[in-house]
Design a binder for this molecule. Structure first.
Ligand code: BG6
Length: 506
């Protein structure tokens, strides 16, 4: 055996929901595609006192329930590679026993030193676990690399993020840290780069000379479900904007990287985040809208309001909808407004980037003469991933009436090849050591820094109003007022909930 043979994959928080729903099904999918090293062991670590057998049974059911791939033939063999070890996360002494367990596995299975530690635990443990691992030498790379994967949220605000950064970088090197932002693992988020930089026709127009404004929406039809407890300390701004949406903004706005090397791409992402125009505290109420969903009745079914959800305080001021207007101060984007919005219990689940091109300088024809430009490029990230180009065409018949038409491409027409889930892709990349799609420390700090004035203003219950919106609508209608050009609105990919379905059709 050489020291770099095989891999031990340690999941902290092995009895949690993410492990069952995403991590183990994704690892199984990699296993069945022969993308895991031949010598492989998955060690689940958690507080519960369960046996290897119980862990294996639980994970087998999870793989079947949250199916990642249509091939169950290897479940038995895969389950034999799973082990379990109970731990008290905050007790440094128990990490010595964990170390011994890892060493035993290595010796028994002839696996070398390469190890991944995945923290799928409450964020309050992100400082403690890596510190205790280091205390017993489990971060030491002398016998093979050691990587630490951390789920978001990376901190609660700038101050706590800086503290976490210092804690982590005390014992771990930046190259060992892989911060998961699962949006970056989405095939169509990566496709933003390919759409932009493999087509000569878009890039010349992708700037302040031709773009009127950029709009990014990430809507969810679900409410907070069982995560009220977590969400109460988060809210839409921390949960979606600080990470996922600002990453999408960065990929939409970045300059062409010099290569597809991780550092080249991540440098360009960072430059965008560094160029976000700082928000002044006194302008927060004019450039941000927050909302919270209210109960509503849809097709005779009562949908509870946020304050009635499990784990939510009856007088909660946590936002479930957030919209922002901001600018990127650089040569490409100077003066172009960016609008982003996200919310729970909106009419449908959709994430899209819309590039609104400037209207023609003079309008010759009759027909739809609103100030809306005829040209929009809609990049649909999910669902029904694809690209839609809208433009004006002559309405058949006499005269010169103009109507809007669509050129529509659906990603699933490209191939029948299976598209890996975001987690599968990111887990695979972390095993290969490709950090392109993981957030770097500076990116995280820049996005917290940018949002700090908004977070502070929103802390105060009266400074910026919290608008209620009935579940199943597109959030507070006040969000429309953010759009600078009064002849324009957000793009509504479908109307509010209709009578014939819980969700509107895209
Ligand atoms: C998670 C948030 O990061 O992303 C959730 O914590 C949110 O609140 C989810 O629902 C959305 O992800 P997706 O992939 O369904 O768009």
């Amino acid at each position: 055996m050489t020291s770099d043979e095989g891999l031990i994959y340690v999941i902290f928080g092995a009895s949690g929901d993410l492990t069952k729903r995403k991590l183990v099904p994704a690892l199984y999918s990699l296993f069945i595609q022969r993308l895991l090293p031949e010598k492989f062991a998955l060690l689940g670590v958690s507080r519960s006192a369960i046996s290897n057998e119980e862990f294996r049974e639980g994970m087998k059911s999870a793989i079947l329930e949250f199916k990642e791939i249509d091939d169950a033939s290897g479940i038995g063999e895969f389950a034999q590679k799973l082990y379990y070890h109970p731990i008290q996360f905050d007790e440094v002494s128990t990490y010595q026993a964990l170390k011994e367990q890892i060493e035993t596995l290595r010796a028994d299975l002839q696996i070398g030193g390469k190890t991944i530690y995945y923290l799928s635990t409450p964020p309050s443990l992100y400082g403690i676990i890596p510190q205790h691992l280091a205390a017993v030498g489990l971060q030491n790379q002398a016998d093979g690399w050691k990587r630490l994967i951390i789920e978001k949220p990376f901190g609660y605000d700038l101050e706590s993020a800086l503290k976490l950064k210092d804690q982590l970088l005390k014992d771990w090197a930046e190259e060992q840290l892989f911060r998961i932002d699962h949006y970056l693992g989405k095939e169509t988020v990566q496709n933003l780069l390919v759409t932009r930089f493999s087509n000569g026709m878009f890039e010349p127009l992708w700037n302040r000379n031709y773009v009127h404004h950029v709009e990014i929406t990430s809507a969810e039809s679900l409410g907070v479900e069982k995560r009220g407890g977590y969400y109460e300390s988060s809210g839409a701004l921390r949960d979606m904007v600080q990470n996922h949406l600002l990453q999408v903004v960065a990929l939409t706005a970045m300059e062409p990287p010099s290569s597809v090397e991780p550092s080249a791409i991540r440098n360009e992402i960072l430059k965008v985040l560094q160029s976000l125009r700082p928000i002044r505290r006194e302008e927060v109420q004019h450039i941000s809208i927050r909302g919270q969903y209210l109960s509503s009745t849809i097709k005779g079914k009562t949908i509870p309001g946020y304050r009635e959800e499990e784990g939510v305080a009856p007088g909660s001021f946590t936002e479930t909808f957030a919209a922002l207007k901001f600018y990127i101060d650089n040569w490409r984007w100077g003066g172009v407004p960016f609008y982003i919005r996200t919310g729970k219990r909106l009419p449908t689940r959709v994430t899209e980037v819309v590039i609104h091109f400037k209207p023609t300088p003079h309008f010759l024809f009759s027909g739809d003469r609103s100030h809306q430009s005829h040209n929009q490029l809609v990049i649909r990230i999910q669902p029904d991933e694809g690209i839609l180009l809208k433009f004006g065409m002559k309405t058949p018949g006499a005269g010169f009436e103009v109507q809007n038409v669509n050129m529509d491409f659906h990603y699933n027409e490209l191939s029948h090849q299976r598209v890996p889930s975001a987690y599968e892709r990111l887990i695979f990349d972390s095993i290969k050591g490709d950090a392109t799609l993981f957030a770097r420390t500076e990116e995280v700090m820049e996005s917290w820094k940018f949002l700090t004035p908004v977070l502070e203003a929103w802390k105060n219950e009266h400074e910026v109003p919290l608008f209620g919106y009935p579940a199943g609508t597109w959030g507070p209608h006040e969000a429309d007022d953010l759009i600078e050009d009064k002849m324009m609105t957000w793009r509504y990919p479908c109307k509010n909930l209709s009578d014939d379905g819980i969700f509107c059709e895209l």
